[in-house]
Write a protein that binds this ligand. Structure first.
Ligand code: GTR
Length: 674
């Protein structure tokens, strides 16, 4: 059996589900035809990123800066993003609001300012939100645009509510922000941990510069800059990305005037369409000290010549307002484009550049992003610097690179604390010259955890195993199962005298959630797989770590997707799976990762697992969520949002039993919180 035929296909569904809501009905067909077959991605030759107008490559730094870079930049203007927009004077309307704020266990400073962009009384404005460490030193700052307004980036009630048009969404009602939208995107803006590491965090709403819709141009900043906003546009006329990038530069104009900000260390970062924007902003404005692209994909970090995921045809059709009109002419003709996206990445040289992908975000083509980062490296070489320093795509969650950094994390399209931690590690090293403490590079479980694991030797000699007196019985004869549905209500799994049978739904998200919450615990579960759907199920500890249940009996080349694995992270030490139709038993001692009050990691998590009398996991360590599938995002309910919050606040979470389309049976499941 090939790995692919045995691969759990849930992640694919999840990736698709992540993409589908973004597609308009009219274009679903073309996007569904997107290629995801690596063998069909095509062989291609990239244009020479060092070439000047006469096609000769720059052979020195001087030639690059004087001839080739301007030429490459001009091609990006002409074919992709439109002409760079001119600067205008920026002033603060009224006063900058400065306030002390509580950031967990630490005090910080919050600044808010309304900036006027231009001198006319009706010039456009933007509200900038900036958090800073309380220190007498100037701080480096990460600056990003956001999708739903500053209030969505944090729960801080002092953040001004925007008044303009915003796409309707969580708490954005009829295109207007309400209090209910506060904090809905805070996972994408982890203020406390980043400020705790010494970084300022600045953000503004992208719609202040160009409302993100095909008819947004008349309301964009372009009108105030004297650009045409209706009728036939010049082929190289900038659109939303050009306007957003211009907005980032105008915010930078203000940031560099602040006494608290280190003007030489402002980092531009962006996710997805705003990741494309961050790259273009970094190309247009070399005052940005470092550039970060998170899952920017097509028209961002991913090579257009690779036929994988989103294409120029699809993107210019769905988002005709993002790029300059010329790009649409290259739909289906990527190979004829005179430049490709490695040129955009090369514009960051010699500054540090970080490119981040996510494994399941295939729409954005992780490999295409990696290959562009490899190819861009020649620009750093001209400065005597090393770009990525490798041509081998790294495994999941393994950052690589010198002046160009790269990671592909597990999970889907999003900007998560994992990504921010890597950006900060990279900035620490490349921008601040800090050495990475060895312990931080490879955090280990602490001595107490190791001791606890060493002692763990459960008896699995005959089934069923009698629960110890202090165990909380989740499934047992004569006991009401201590599980709820994903919505927190009664479960609908079949019950047969002390046995629960996974009841599938089409979405494979009919998991059940223990009503008992725990931090570190011993977990005992007896189960029987069925031959249907490979017997697929699993024990999702906290919803973040899945001990795999699968019909793996007799599989010789077992992987991190077979029974006994910590799914997609650590394969079992041995294949201890029993055949379908026989009772099997897991005993797991789980120690959760622990955080310091500032959100940084105190000690790694670890676990030891026995399956059918054999040791299958022995002290694998993990610093954070390891499951590619997260019930707090996929199939999420209000109830689970609450569970996730509680997990973040207390470290305590539930055990999920997974519905993965197979009628797996469970009996005699108990937990002993440690
Ligand atoms: C998608 C688009 C991507 C990416 C993403 C986003 O619909 O196809 O290129 O930009 O939106 O910005 O979230």
């Amino acid at each position: 059996m090939t790995t692919y035929s045995r691969i759990s296909f849930l992640p694919l569904l999840v990736a698709l589900a992540a993409v589908l809501p973004l597609l308009s009905a009219a274009t679903t067909a073309s996007a569904a035809e997107a290629n995801y077959d690596e063998s069909l991605a095509g062989a291609f030759v990239l244009p020479d990123v060092l070439a000047g107008p006469d096609e000769a490559p720059a052979s020195s730094l001087q030639e690059w800066e004087r001839i080739s870079r301007p030429h490459q930049f001009e091609m990006l203007e002409k074919y992709l993003y439109g002409r760079r927009l001119p600067a205008v004077p920026v002033s603060v309307v009224g006063e900058v609001e400065r306030a002390d704020v509580d950031l967990g266990n630490m005090k910080g400073l919050r600044l808010q300012a309304k900036l006027r962009l231009g001198t006319a009384a009706d010039a456009p404005t933007t509200n900038v939100l900036l958090y800073l460490p309380k220190t007498t030193q100037k701080s480096p700052v990460f600056l990003k645009l956001n999708f739903r307004g500053n209030q969505a980036e944090t729960e801080d009630p002092g953040v001004w509510l925007p008044t303009g048009w915003i796409p309707s969404d969580d708490g954005i009602v009829e295109n207007r922000a309400t209090d209910a939208s506060r904090g809905t995107r805070q996972r994408r803006f982890p203020v406390a941990p980043m400020v705790g590491r010494g970084y300022g965090m600045a953000t503004a709403y992208c719609g202040d510069f160009f409302p993100d819709r095909p008819d947004g141009r008349p309301q964009s900043v372009l009108a105030s800059l004297g650009r045409p906003v209706t009728g036939n546009l010049p082929k190289d006329e900038p659109g939303a990305i050009g306007s957003w990038a211009w907005g980032l530069s105008r915010i930078l104009d203000w940031l560099v005037t602040l006494p608290e900000v280190d003007a030489a260390k402002v980092i531009v970062v962006g996710h997805s369409r705003l990741g494309k924007t961050a790259l273009w902003a970094g190309a247009c404005d070399q005052r940005f000290a470092m550039v970060v692209s998170n899952e920017s994909g097509c028209g961002g970090a991913a090579l257009s010549r690779r036929n994988f995921g989103e294409t120029i045809g699809v993107i210019t059709d769905r988002f005709p307002h993002w790029f300059c009109p010329m790009l649409a002419d290259y739909a289906g003709r990527e190979i004829e484009l005179p430049c490709d996206q490695h040129a955009l990445l090369a514009m960051a040289a010699p500054r540090p550049l970080y490119v981040a992908s996510a494994e399941q975000d295939r729409w954005a083509d992780p490999r295409g992003e990696f290959l562009a980062a490899v190819a861009a490296g020649r620009a750093w070489k001209l400065y005597g610097l090393t770009g990525l320093g490798t041509e081998a795509m790294p495994p999941i969650n393994t950052p690589v690179g010198q002046m160009v950094g790269y990671h592909v994390r597990n999970g889907s399209h999003d900007l998560l604390p994992y990504d921010w931690t890597r950006f900060a590690d990279f900035a620490d090293r490349t921008l601040l010259g800090k050495k990475q403490p060895a312990a931080e590079a490879a955090p280990q479980a602490d001595a107490r955890s190791k001791q606890l694991l060493a002692e763990f030797r459960p008896d699995q000699s005959s089934l069923p195993v009698a629960p110890p007196a202090d165990a909380v019985r989740l499934i047992a004869s004569g006991v009401e199962p201590k599980f709820t549905s994903m919505a927190g209500g009664p479960i609908n799994w079949e019950i047969e005298e002390g046995t629960l049978i996974a009841t599938r739904t089409k979405s494979h998200a009919n998991h059940i959630v223990s009503s008992v919450m725990f931090e570190d615990a011993d977990i005992h579960a007896e189960f029987m797989v069925s031959p249907l759907a490979h017997g697929n199920s699993g024990l999702y500890i906290h919803g973040h770590y899945e001990m795999q249940i699968y019909d793996s009996f007799g599989v010789e080349n077992f992987t991190s997707q077979d029974e006994g694995s910590l799914y997609r992270f650590a394969k079992p030490l041995v294949n201890a799976a029993r055949p379908a139709g026989e009772w099997q038993v897991y005993d797991i001692r789980f120690i959760a990762p622990k955080q310091n009050p500032d959100g940084s990691l105190k000690s790694a998590g670890t676990l030891k697992a026995w399956l059918n009398g054999q040791l299958v996991q022995d002290g694998v360590s993990f610093t954070g969520p390891r499951s590619p599938y997260i019930p707090y995002r996929h199939g999420v309910t209000d109830y689970l949002r609450g569970v996730e919050k509680q997990l973040q606040a207390t470290g305590k979470g539930p055990l999920f039993l997974q519905d993965h389309g197979s009628p797996t049976r469970y009996r005699n499941v108990w937990i002993r919180p440690l």
